[in-house]
Design a protein around this ligand. Structure first.
Ligand code: FNR
Length: 185
């Protein structure tokens, strides 16, 4: 069984990115398990907190979920043409202690997608993830691009209401899952 963890970088209930993730969860190809990971409950990174209290439970849970998975899909929003702080903060925490980076991220396939109400559908935040993916030693998957633009017209009440978007998401999940299934770490 190929196991993929899907993580949304938005905390809000009405998030387009979480809606996209939840739709993807229903699209598991045969032999593939899709699991939702969450950044909820992760505090702002503070080196003093890390030194005094260690790694927060919400971070450890997400790290272990990712470490145990064969691949990861990030559903990234875009803020000011970059990565939202809450999402970057979660990944920064997950890279601590640095001695754990190889276990959690090393040689692990990562796919990135995202949704925004604008015309460019998170193009720039997806690009902004690439140096981080490289630094953490992941294997970014470039087999398909999925930037869901004008999200307000293709997602409503947490559901995809546009057939073309649904198909693109299904193909994206299937393409990445096939890559991960054939990839040997
Ligand atoms: C945004 N938004 C936004 N959208 C975009 O396409 N490009 C951008 O640069 C920005 N910048 C930006 C900055 C800040 C501070 C906020 C709060 C929002 C709009 C953003 O895409 C929109 O709020 C999405 O709905 C956020 O994703 P979720 O929460 O729906 O997943």
């Amino acid at each position: 069984m190929t196991k993929l963890v899907l993580i949304s970088g938005s905390l809000r209930k009405g998030s387009f990115n979480t809606a996209l993730l939840r739709a993807a969860l229903t699209m598991a190809p045969g032999g593939v398990e899709l699991i939702e990971g969450s950044i909820h409950g992760i505090p702002l990174y503070d080196g003093d907190m890390e030194a005094a209290e260690g790694i927060p439970g919400a971070v450890t849970r997400l790290k272990d979920l990712v470490a145990d998975a064969d691949g990861v899909i990030l559903f990234t929003p875009e803020y000011n043409n970059g990565i939202p702080g809450v999402f970057k903060n979660a990944i920064d925490w997950m890279s601590r202690p640095s001695s754990d980076i190889a276990r959690v991220f090393g040689n692990k396939p990562f796919a990135i997608t995202g949704a925004s109400p604008g015309n460019f559908g998170t193009l720039l935040s997806q690009e902004a993830w690439l140096p981080i993916m490289r630094t953490l030693g992941t294997v970014p998957w470039f087999g398909a691009k999925l930037m869901v633009s004008r999200a307000g017209s293709v997602i409503a009440d947490g559901k995809i209401i546009d057939e073309a978007t649904e198909k693109k998401l299904r193909d994206f999940v299937a393409g990445f899952a096939a890559f991960v299934t054939n990839y040997t770490r």
